[in-house]
Design a protein around this ligand. Sequence first.
Ligand code: LLP
Length: 436
Amino acid sequence: YGTACINKEGHLEVGGIDVVSLAEHYGTPLYIYDVALIRQRARGFKNTFEQLGVTAQVAYASKAFAAIGMMQLANQEGLSLDVVSGGELYTAMKAGFPAERIHFHGNNKSREELVMALEHRIGCIVVDNFYELELLESICKEKSEKVNILLRVTPGIEAHTHDYILTGQEDSKFGFDLNNGQAEEALKRAMDMTGVEVLGLHCHIGSQIFETTGFKLAADKIIQKLSEWKNRFQFESKVLNLGGGFGIRYTEEDEPLEPAKYVEEIIKEVQKKTDEHNLAMPEIWIEPGRSLVGDAGITLYSIGSEKFVPEVRKYLAIDGGMNDNIRPALYNAKYEAILANRANDPVEETVSIAGKCCESGDMLIWDLPLPKASHNDLLAVFCTGAYGYSMANNYNRIPRPPVVFVENSQAELVIRRESYDDLVKLDLPLNVTVKQ
Ligand code: LLP
């Protein structure tokens, strides 16, 4: 992936830096990001829109990996930013991210979060439900403000990897149903409001999707509705946000498209359908998370103990696990890995990689072919850049690993390692004493 290669010493190298030296310097576990690859992915999306002559915003879905340094990188690349909480918004403000390119998502934004978004004058709020619509209108009235919104609709298409399900009504906690009049009702109410300006519609059909069929179906359904709404309410959608969800290759079984290919096929469909319905081509927004940062991330671990279950398997334990990557335990997600310090050595055995949490389910990889490895070795797990650090936790009071960016033979720490002091900093001593 990206700039990753094996150097003369037989070590894994990323961004021109030997990861063995990174392990010596920063310790393990360690998240490493190949910055050049993130830039390449971002430019891949942006250039395709430019080549197609379509006005667009590519918003980085920061839930995939939210950190000040990451948001600054997204800004350098001219991306917009999708945030889903006050915490992500706060991080974006700390990063100096231009507020007008921030979009705020979420199915239960609090009054405080909405006020915060208004105070920072962010570009757009993606309104999810009637409660939020009314709340936002009342806050805007109080403050005599007007804010741009998108209405999040659920078009009745659920997509996951190769499968997509077409349903009349989508059973999802998100958005206004496009098929049962909810979305129409939301539009009518919003158009009558003085505090909000409806820029357009948003939908997000799923994550880790390998085909464009679901996106195209969703776009078709929405454009069909937009055509109706133009005639009935003189409503014209300036923006159509098609969400994120473009898949990446975690293992050889995954067969994603190139970012450019996703965009091209979807745009062609939108152009065709808008032409058919005599609608102006809206501005297209997308919100990739995983496909911008997923394969740019590698997690480096030290191998520690081992256990042999005769005739069954050999377990090798690493110094991290479900704390820094919950995806195998949560979604049965699959990863590939190599020995970072002996990357050219021939495969000799099949082992299973165990995490260090007190939980049998803390298994990172089952049945991984590796050279004979022991406690002197480093394991590099690929494609951990999305939903790795951002879903990391302190179960068993294990501190979260640091994050280092590498590019052009330079390494830069963007999140430091959590210390034991960090772990107890919110704890308060017990004041109540036992009555004798
Ligand atoms: N936009 C919206 C409204 C979303 O809900 C999401 C992801 C995205 C964009 C970005 O999707 P992406 O391009 O990253 O697929 N924790 C899960 C993934 C959850 C995705 C939630 N929403 C995982 O680790 O696979």
